[in-house]
Design a protein around this ligand. Structure first.
Ligand SMILES: [Zn+2]
Length: 217
């Protein structure tokens, strides 16, 4: 099977559902003696599972079922991964200050090369969202996602919002993709998805071309 991002190389590797660095930041490094517990009940393509023991951050349990190619999973999207690794760390370590301020400036989050780093963080979530669309066969055209990722340009219909969402337990993960039930020409008009690491939530929103951008959380 060809990789959905580049559409040229053989899809042989699997992307993490939740970034390994986010899991490591929250839980440390798991081991067979000190495993993580993985639960999934929302992803359509996954069989329901609860508290599956995971002894390594490289475990396939933590990854999407479908595959992308090695180049897209490593060299092509690594700058996007690093941008989120930095963004996640900074946002989580400044929660109390951010709650007082209510917002942050991009050049606070990325003091150097701000515009490019913000773009890369946007592309990290564009990649994950695209993987979710493919995984769950959601009727949204992934070609603009692939174009954004390969050209390093923003997806003009993807929006991110960051928020504080306290959870009763320490957890990291993603919701199911919420889609507007009304299709036009077989395509979804609006979709959103929530990624969370600890109490930090990232809402990823999509609006089809021609539709108003969605209102954040
Ligand atoms: Zn590829």
């Amino acid at each position: 099977m060809k990789c959905w991002i580049c559409r040229t190389e053989y899809a042989a590797t699997r992307e993490h559902l939740v970034k390994a660095s986010d899991l490591k930041a929250l839980f440390g490094k798991p081991s067979q003696a000190k495993p993580l517990f993985f639960s999934a009940s929302n992803h359509q393509s996954r069989s329901r599972c609860r508290n599956v023991k995971v002894g390594s951050l490289k475990s396939d349990t933590l990854k999407f079922e479908h595959r992308i190619c090695l180049t897209c999973n490593s060299k092509r999207t690594q700058p996007y991964d690093y941008a989120w690794e930095h963004g996640s760390l900074e946002l989580r370590s400044a929660v109390s200050w951010l709650l007082e301020e209510g917002s942050f400036r991009a050049n606070w989050l990325f003091p150097y090369d701000t515009r490019r780093c913000m773009l890369h963080m946007h592309l990290y979530f564009t990649k994950l969202f695209g993987c979710l669309l493919v995984e769950d066969s959601i009727p949204i055209d992934v070609a603009p996602f692939a174009k954004a990722l390969t050209e390093g340009q923003p997806h003009p219909r993807i929006y991110l919002a960051f928020g504080y969402l306290p959870l009763p337990v320490v957890a990291a993960g993603g919701s199911a993709v919420f889609t507007d039930p009304y299709l036009l020409n077989g395509q979804v008009a609006f979709a959103s998805w929530l990624y969370h690491v600890g109490d930090l939530a990232v809402k990823v929103m999509y609006a089809r071309p021609g539709e108003q951008p969605p209102v954040p959380m």
